[in-house]
Design a protein around this ligand. Structure first.
Ligand code: PAF
Length: 290
């Protein structure tokens, strides 16, 4: 049976005891408002591990002053119901003061993969993510943590931090879960009006087009232009539509063979992001086989 734990010392003691008993512990950090995307991370963790911890914490430090921290959905009862049949051992749901005690003055700042895209558009966002994930990893000393590829840049930032700080946890990235029309599952999809919802499919359409043009050997500029056109045609206000190196997120040379396509845009007041890892390509922009 799943147990809800609010106290950081209590969850740490439970995880330490499980590890001491030889059990493999998996950890799925979330901000709640759980959906099938989260359920797939939990299912993977449950299949890999003996005990699984899911954290539910809407982290204030990763929201900018104009962002949706106050309106972010908080649905603990529904979240617990979704997790109930999944075989989760502990749900860690701390209060803000337990994570950020009075006088808290420590931040984890990751450079490298955090600098472009979300890092540029949401100043301080990845400092908040890295700080809370670091705190969570110290409180829930699991063997492995599970993150969704939907937040590709976040997975790179977390991996960079784990590697740079030598944190003893394995980061496992799981595939993006999509609705039947391809829209990536996200807690923020709930904000979309019935008129906006069908238009949101433009994000994945632009990514799939990018993959086709990439495989056909198109150049970076042409691919990015097509992505922007597709988004705009559906009324999405484009934040960025780009292809980049999948590990560093640095700009790509025209003859690069690996890439990731990333998009962010707004429909009304809802900001959505998505990405697609591009197939390793064998045709260069000039049509020669590499
Ligand atoms: O991806 C999320 O839900 C959050 O960014 C995370 C990793 C739980 C940190 O608050």
């Amino acid at each position: 049976m799943q147990q809800v734990v609010h106290d950081p010392d209590a969850i740490r003691a439970l995880v330490v005891a499980a590890r001491a008993a030889g059990r493999r512990v998996g950890f799925v950090p979330t901000m709640g408002a759980l959906h099938a995307g989260h359920a797939s991370l939990v299912a993977r963790a449950v299949s890999d591990c003996d005990d699984v911890v899911v954290s539910i914490f809407v982290n204030p430090t990763q929201f900018g002053p104009q962002e949706d921290f106050t309106r972010y959905p908080r649905t603990l009862a529904a979240d617990l119901k979704l997790l109930e049949p999944q075989g989760v051992r502990w749900i860690y749901a701390p209060e803000v003061a337990a994570v950020y005690p009075p006088g808290d003055a420590t931040q984890v700042v990751v450079g490298g993969p955090s600098l472009r895209f979300e890092g540029e558009r949401r100043p301080g966002h990845f400092d908040g993510v890295a700080t809370v994930v670091c705190k969570l990893f110290l409180t829930v000393p699991a063997h492995a943590a599970y993150f969704g590829a939907k937040d590709w840049q976040q997975t790179l930032v977390v991996k960079r931090m784990v590697s740079d700080l030598g944190l003893p946890i394995e980061v496992i990235v799981c595939p993006t879960m999509r609705e039947s029309d391809g829209l990536a599952m996200s807690s923020r999809n709930a904000y979309l009006s019935s008129a906006e919802r069908p238009r949101a499919v433009a994000l994945v359409e632009s990514l799939r087009q990018a993959a086709e043009h990439w495989s056909a050997g198109s150049g970076v500029d042409a691919i990015e232009r097509t992505m922007r056109e597709t988004l705009s045609a559906h009324g999405v206000v484009v934040d960025y539509a780009a292809i980049a190196d999948p590990e560093s997120l640095e700009p790509l040379a025209d003859d690069a063979v690996r890439g990731v396509a990333l998009v962010a845009g707004r429909l009304g007041s809802t900001r959505l992001i998505d990405n697609l890892l591009l197939p390793v390509r064998v045709t260069s922009p000039r049509g020669t086989v590499l």
